[in-house]
Design a protein around this ligand. Structure first.
Ligand code: MTE
Length: 330
């Protein structure tokens, strides 16, 4: 499956860095990926210094991955949880611009044009402007981050994302002291995005973060998964991933990043503020008004598992919310 998807890629070479103690390898398939993961995990747990790992075969198709030494710390990983299979990650999606059914995005986004792509950066920063994806992101600096990903609808996955910390882009444009928040917008193009012809949300999809959340090292500006470019249904050509927040904060196909003093309006809180707050940190103790958040169903597993506060990343992010009442600021 992954090979077929990779063959359908756009011909862009992704280079990315990882910082395992092991020098990295080329990924060609999910099976290879998992084999290598087991190998790396064994190496890490026994803390043996080892040399470069073998190259696992030739990369299939056009969207190759050339990996070098890693930059990614172990702390960014999803414990030892196995990544969810590629097919589920790319066929079970929420991307309402392409329909509200889970299979709609994969079906309806195949012709979505993601190059050329420009991102407008505006508001309280010293270097506003319109940046092409390739100008914005140094593809030599990509990292792989394997994160737990928890949807507000109570399913979860483990996804090997590829991207760069959002902080690198934010640093580049030098926000001013007025930049307390960052807002993001998805492309608005009803011709290409059939879901936008329906009033499901007040389009374009909008999200926002407090500036300290946006520059947190876990927040990833993401261009790929499983070592290949993002499939359109997962938010190509670039989206953000904030692994301690419910999935809807992780806005897809971004065309605008805006720095501002006030808390931004976000699509879901605008459409239903009783159900969706600005923060949306994963929190088993704060129920959604229509369902409990205490448990989640990991895609591919039968039994539900308990949901963890901050999706299990509390050690790394709880400081951001010190002194805040998380029931009030849900
Ligand atoms: N971004 C846009 N533009 N439109 C959307 O409908 N859905 C959100 C988020 N980002 C969404 C979006 C929701 S509800 C989830 S759970 C995740 O994307 C799903 O990401 P995935 O399809 O890659 O798993």
């Amino acid at each position: 499956m992954i090979e077929r998807n990779i063959k359908g890629g756009t011909g862009v070479l992704i280079k990315y860095k990882r910082n395992w103690e092991v020098k990295s390898s080329e990924i060609t398939s999910e099976k290879m990926f998992k084999t290598r993961r087991k190998f790396l995990r064994a190496a890490l747990s026994s803390a043996i210094a080892i040399g470069p790992s073998p190259i696992f075969g030739a990369t299939q198709g056009k969207t190759n991955i050339v990996s070098t030494q890693s930059n990614v710390g172990k702390k960014y990983l999803a414990n030892n949880d196995e990544p969810t299979d590629y097919q589920s990650i790319t066929q079970y999606n929420n991307f309402y611009e392409f329909g509200t059914g889970k299979r709609d995005p994969a079906e309806n986004a195949s012709k979505f044009k993601t190059r050329p792509w420009a991102v407008q950066i505006s508001g309280a920063c010293e270097k506003p402007g319109t940046y092409g994806v390739e100008d914005l992101i140094n593809f030599d600096q990509l990292e792989e981050r394997i994160y737990r990903f928890r949807c507000v609808e109570t399913w979860s996955m483990v996804v090997p994302w590829v991207g760069i910390p959002l902080s690198k882009i934010i640093d580049r444009v030098s926000p001013t002291s007025h930049a307390k928040y960052v807002s993001f917008e998805t492309l608005h193009d009803p011709k290409q995005m059939p879901g936008q012809r329906e009033p499901v949300l007040n389009w374009p999809y909008k999200e926002g973060l407090r500036i300290d959340e946006a520059v947190h090292p876990l927040t990833l500006l993401t261009v790929g998964l499983y070592g290949a470019l993002l499939p359109n249904q997962n938010g190509a050509p670039l989206r953000i991933i904030i692994p301690w927040k419910y999935g809807f904060k992780s806005i897809k196909s971004i065309v605008r990043i805006h720095f501002q003093a006030d808390m931004p309006v976000t699509s879901w809180s605008e459409s239903n503020s009783n159900e969706y707050g600005f923060y949306s940190n994963v929190n088993p103790d704060v129920s959604h008004p229509r369902w409990s958040q205490t448990k989640e169903r990991r895609i591919g597993e039968f039994f539900k598992r308990p949901t963890l506060l901050f999706n299990g990343y509390g050690e790394l992010v709880a400081d951001l919310y010190q002194g805040m009442n998380l029931e009030r600021w849900y």
